[in-house]
Design a protein around this ligand. Structure first.
Ligand SMILES: [Zn+2]
Length: 273
């Protein structure tokens, strides 16, 4: 059974990876899917040294001795591999797990479990950072958790977010990026974060980013009015501007997709710098 054929139940998984040897074998294949490659010189032949808790692989060319966990999130850890495997399995499920739960399930101290959790999440973040949104990309602002108060000041649990999604040809969400935004950069919790950095860091330059038009207009509105308080201006604009009906709004959304796309792309390209 390969690691891609993971057992459905945790008990089955623990039986499958009950020994350090079985974990060593799978970790080796995950680390070097095409066989050993010396990280220093690229040579592929090695001596196997099994006198340690975890095996060492000595390059037959440059004689570098390489531990199996060197260069992994487990580097330097004394925790048995089978417990690391169990922790990784529990993090790979849709249900989240915290350090306290993990410490009880795999039988390590809270401190060790906390460190394992963070190392696994760091590994996820690294993998995600190399995985950019591409194709047709939408970006909009949101908030972590629902608004807990109606006030302009932030509730401690409320967090500003930017959400980017790339879409399939059928218009469904393909890939997703959610990034916390600094609240200190925002006037209040109804202000929108600047999407330029988000786009630079999360969207492939060759793709065609589109930003929700209302959001872009709002961003430009603030940008073009650098005065400290925009409220008075917006109140005036709201007072002299004509209203718009629901059918007109939904129609303008359809026309935005068809006829205004070139302008949107130009605006988004300008944002990407
Ligand atoms: Zn070497």
């Amino acid at each position: 059974m390969s690691v891609h054929e993971t057992p459905d139940s945790f008990d089955e998984f623990c039986s499958r990876f009950a020994s350090e040897e079985s974990c060593v074998e799978s970790l080796f294949r995950a680390k070097w899917p095409t066989g050993f490659v010396c990280p220093r010189c690229g040579f592929t032949a090695y001596y196997f040294i099994s006198s340690r808790r975890l095996p060492l692989y000595e390059c037959r060319s440059c004689r570098l001795q390489h531990s199996l966990i060197a260069g992994t999130i487990m580097e330097g850890s004394r925790t048995p591999l089978r417990l690391w495997f169990q922790a990784i399995y529990l993090h790979a499920r849709p249900q989240s797990i915290n350090a306290l739960q993990l410490s009880k399930i795999i039988g390590v101290t809270y401190k060790t479990a906390w460190l394992i959790c963070h190392k696994i999440r760091y590994g996820m973040s690294q993998a995600e950072s190399g995985n950019l949104l591409k194709g047709c990309v939408h970006v909009s602002d949101s908030m972590y958790c629902k608004r807990l108060t109606p006030y302009f000041d932030w509730h401690p649990q409320e967090q500003a977010l930017l959400v980017g999604s790339s879409l399939t040809s059928k218009g469904t969400i393909d890939q997703l990026k959610i990034k916390l935004q600094s609240k200190s950069q925002l006037k209040d919790k109804y202000d929108c974060p600047d999407p330029a950095t988000f786009i630079r860091q999360n969207v492939e330059p060759s793709s065609v980013p589109t930003v929700v038009q209302a959001y872009l207009d709002q961003y430009c509105y603030y940008y073009n009015r650098p005065q400290r308080s925009v409220f008075g201006l917006l109140l005036t604009d709201s007072a002299i501007g004509r209203t718009i009906t629901y059918p007109l709004l939904t129609r303008s959304r359809r026309s935005f997709r068809n006829t205004r796309s070139a302008r949107i792309i130009a605006s988004a390209s300008a944002l990407m710098g």
